[in-house]
Design a protein around this ligand. Structure first.
Ligand SMILES: *[C@@H]1O[C@H](CO)[C@@H](O)[C@H](O)[C@H]1NC(C)=O
Ligand SMILES: *[C@@H]1O[C@H](CO)[C@@H](O)[C@H](O)[C@H]1NC(C)=O
Ligand SMILES: *[C@@H]1O[C@H](CO)[C@@H](O)[C@H](O)[C@H]1NC(C)=O
Length: 295
């Protein structure tokens, strides 16, 4: 892990000698963050509802006969990071103080009541938890024309991605986008913001003060970068007060895919292979999505 971090920093720093000062700052931030995370990785499992990393070794009942299911955030000491949130009752839901609640999942047929197997049902808003938006979300004509989640390009949802740290004191404006200095040719970027530090996705009450893209930030991205997949760490890519205009800018071309509600806690910034798979919900403008990062 340490070797990976130092080599990543080396590559970035040597690139920076050829580039602008802001690129240097940006890459330095990546390296500094990587090192910081590497130093604290023994404390990695900080996600509520999970035990220490050792639980992954106790997936089957042995010895005392107690069955303990494995629940992991990270596999093989950081080769794979699960960046999807668990669906749990305390998960926040857009504009609600109540969170997802108990009733989204229920055991419809149960062995305790004589059925041959347990079988659950669920009822869930398609924008709940880690999810993807399709162009039909904010454009009614695209919705009618069938630009649903089943029409999203899997080649964009899967491939090399950059996880970057955004300055913590601002929403994502044109100025912030410019300062990140994301090179041309980078087509997938996951933006980690103050939302992750504030652990907003672990708070039941929806918080309108989350960080997201302002309209000018969305425009800057669409006009000046090759980014076609935008990932963020709360329920919307758009800042609350720019919810409609920012979505309109992103979705207008039908070429940019928005992945929202990612779990970016404790993942070193850098380059990964991103793998995201939504459900094939025909006619739906969004879907829960499972995303992982692989080194
Ligand atoms: C079993 O059936 C009873 C009576 O219909 C019902 O009240 C109870 O919730 C059921 N339990 C489960 C686990 O399905
Ligand atoms: C079936 O569901 C019940 C809850 O009614 C649970 O206690 C039991 O462990 C489940 N059985 C299996 C085989 O998953
Ligand atoms: C981001 O914008 C929201 C309004 O949409 C605001 O409440 C919040 O304070 C802003 N955050 C920062 C860090 O400026």
């Amino acid at each position: 892990m340490d070797v990976f971090h130092s080599s990543l920093c080396f590559i970035h720093l040597s690139q920076s000698t050829m580039n602008s000062r802001s690129l240097f700052a940006f890459l330095f931030a990546i390296c500094a963050h990587s090192v910081a995370v590497a130093d604290t990785s023994s404390a990695y499992p900080s996600i509520p509802g999970t035990e220490t990393g050792e639980c992954s070794l106790r997936g089957v009942g042995v010895g005392d006969g107690v069955l303990v299911p494995p629940r992991r955030e990270v596999y093989e000491e950081g080769r794979i990071f699960d960046i999807t949130h668990r669906y749990v009752p305390e998960m926040p839901v857009w504009d609600s103080t109540e969170g997802l609640g108990q009733h989204f999942l229920w055991l419809d047929k149960s062995m305790k009541n004589g059925s041959l197997a347990n079988s659950s049902n669920m009822k869930l808003g398609v924008h709940t938890g880690t999810h993807v938006d399709a162009p039909g979300h904010f454009y009614d004509n695209y919705y009618d024309a069938g630009f649903d989640v089943d029409s999203l390009d899997l080649t964009l949802l899967n491939g090399l991605a950059l996880l970057v740290d955004v300055p913590r004191d601002k929403n994502i404006t044109a100025e912030v986008m410019r300062s990140l200095n994301i090179p041309r040719g980078v087509s997938r970027v996951l933006f980690r913001t103050l939302n992750t530090d504030r652990r907003l996705m672990f708070k039941k009450e929806f918080d309108t003060s989350y960080v997201g893209f302002k309209e000018d930030g969305a425009k800057w991205l669409a006009e000046n970068t090759d980014i076609k997949l935008v990932g963020v760490d709360y329920l919307s890519v758009a800042a609350y007060d720019h919810s409609i205009p920012s979505h309109l800018v992103f979705l207008e071309s039908k070429e940019i895919i928005l992945v929202e509600g990612l779990k970016l806690d404790d993942v070193p910034a850098g380059i990964y292979s991103l793998n995201c798979l939504p459900l094939r919900l025909v006619h739906s403008e969004a879907s829960p999505i499972r995303c992982i990062l692989i080194r």
